[in-house]
Design a binder for this molecule. Structure first.
Ligand SMILES: Cc1cc2nc3c(=O)[nH]c(=O)nc-3n(C[C@H](O)[C@H](O)[C@H](O)COP(=O)(O)OP(=O)(O)OC[C@H]3O[C@@H](n4cnc5c(N)ncnc54)[C@H](O)[C@@H]3O)c2cc1C
Length: 375
């Protein structure tokens, strides 16, 4: 039973956002920046964000050459250019909102490894792709740099070349999410954690959001609601086309004289690694076991983890001593094509989801688009 005070202050909001990942937090911030007097609440089921935003690799990137070649065949030139532009714009918005120092943004470049055999390379498409992306960046972004194989200390027997993209960067995911949370709080956005939204219903006056917490339930009311629950959105909107995709990640112990600096990919972006100071954070391999990884369950997949460890030993840091200090998983959301869902479900409800494993880059742009949709 709610008190008079609780009814008056705790239940009614102008906007309620579901999910406190990068998309939910950024959307709340954009709405508050545009409407400083609006009362805004974020409802988060976990004790802290529990999806992808605190689990990712922190690549601040627009994607590799071979990923682009694949995307072009999937979605055509117009959609591809729009997606790349949105990733780029999203990154600029994120950096502007929080500041590079607070998220430890570093522009160390991005690199795609080209294998001698076994994994398709698209070196012959460099000129074509550079020409297509030239209008967005005003320069050729992909450049072949064979000498980097030695410079980074990779196993030369496995690689034939490297493609550099100098505009790629990296950030500290933990710092980024903490800063975004603190920024939202500084604007006066309220965040309730441990609050799982079970249903969202609309009537003529408002949206009613049913939340469970500690075996009890509570209905919150909002003028408008934005659902930013990415891979978990089907629970609330079962008809949306969203396929979960689990990502496995490992992080090494600090490595003496580590030569690797930057963000790295291979196999059309299915494998990705970076340095964090003198450790390596390495994730991917979903394509080894698509079926098992199509889940919202956070378990480790030892087959994939073993393959990641194999690549570390044989390709990435051969002859270096290291242990695996951390292993974890995060859940992404995919669809038939690589376009996110930014959709109005009604006058009062919008959904921003299916970020296709690129939400660090896309999240802030999608937040702007969601705010535009609702206003
Ligand atoms: C391993 C891995 C590596 C990645 N690496 C990169 C990278 O390097 N660069 C990049 O750009 N992107 C990367 N991504 C993708 C990026 O992290 C995601 O696209 C992005 O974080 C999605 O943000 P989001 O806020 O939309 O979703 P999420 O971060 O998943 O947030 C959704 C939130 O909603 C909450 N929630 C769900 N259901 C409910 C409910 N019913 N009620 C209340 N709350 C709910 C969840 O607990 C969660 O906190 C990676 C992802 C993973 C998993």
């Amino acid at each position: 039973m709610l008190s008079f005070w609780e009814q008056k202050e705790f239940i009614h909001f102008d906007y309620i956002i579901v999910g406190s990942g990068i998309t939910g937090l950024s959307t709340a911030c954009v709405l508050k920046e545009r409407n400083p007097n609006a009362k805004i609440l974020i409802l988060e089921r976990g004790l802290f964000p529990t999806g992808a935003s605190t689990k990712n690799a922190g690549f601040a990137c627009i994607g590799t050459l071979s990923e682009k070649v694949y995307d072009l065949s999937l979605m055509g030139e117009k959609n591809l250019l729009q997606l790349v532009e949105n990733r780029w714009k999203g990154l600029q918005l994120l950096r502007k909102r929080l500041g590079d120092a607070k998220i430890d943004f570093q522009n160390n470049g991005g690199y795609e490894l080209v294998f001698n055999s076994g994994i398709e390379n698209h070196l012959d498409k460099i000129d074509f792709m550079n020409a297509m992306l030239f209008p967005l960046f005003g320069k050729n972004i992909f450049v072949e740099k064979k000498d980097k194989i030695d410079a980074f200390g990779f196993n030369k027997k496995l690689l034939s070349s490297i493609v550099e993209n100098e505009i790629e960067g990296q950030l500290d995911t933990g710092k980024m999410m903490n800063s975004l949370h603190d920024y939202a709080a500084s604007l006066g956005i309220k965040i309730i954690t441990g609050a799982e939204v079970n249903s969202i219903e609309e009537n003529n006056h408002c949206v009613e959001i049913l939340v469970s917490c500690n075996q009890s339930t509570q209905t919150f009311k909002a003028e408008k609601t934005v659902v930013c629950t990415n891979a978990f959105t089907k629970k609330l909107f079962p008809k949306l086309e969203i396929i979960p995709g689990r990502g496995q990640v490992i992080c090494t112990s600090p490595i003496e004289n580590l030569k690797i600096k930057g963000t790295f990919n291979f196999d059309e972006g299915f494998y990705y690694f970076r340095n964090f100071e003198n450790r390596i954070i390495f994730g991917g391999g979903r394509n080894l076991d698509f079926e098992k990884e199509r889940t919202t369950n956070f378990e480790l997949n030892e087959t994939i983890i073993s393959k990641l460890e194999w690549y570390l030993k044989e390709l990435i840091i051969p002859e270096k001593q290291f242990t695996i200090d951390y292993k974890w998983t995060g859940i992404m959301a995919f669809g038939e094509n690589k376009l996110p869902i930014v959709q109005r479900m009604s006058d009062r409800i919008a959904v921003g989801a299916r970020l296709n494993g690129m939400g660090v880059a896309l999240g802030s742009k999608i937040a702007e688009d969601l705010a535009d949709l609702l206003q």
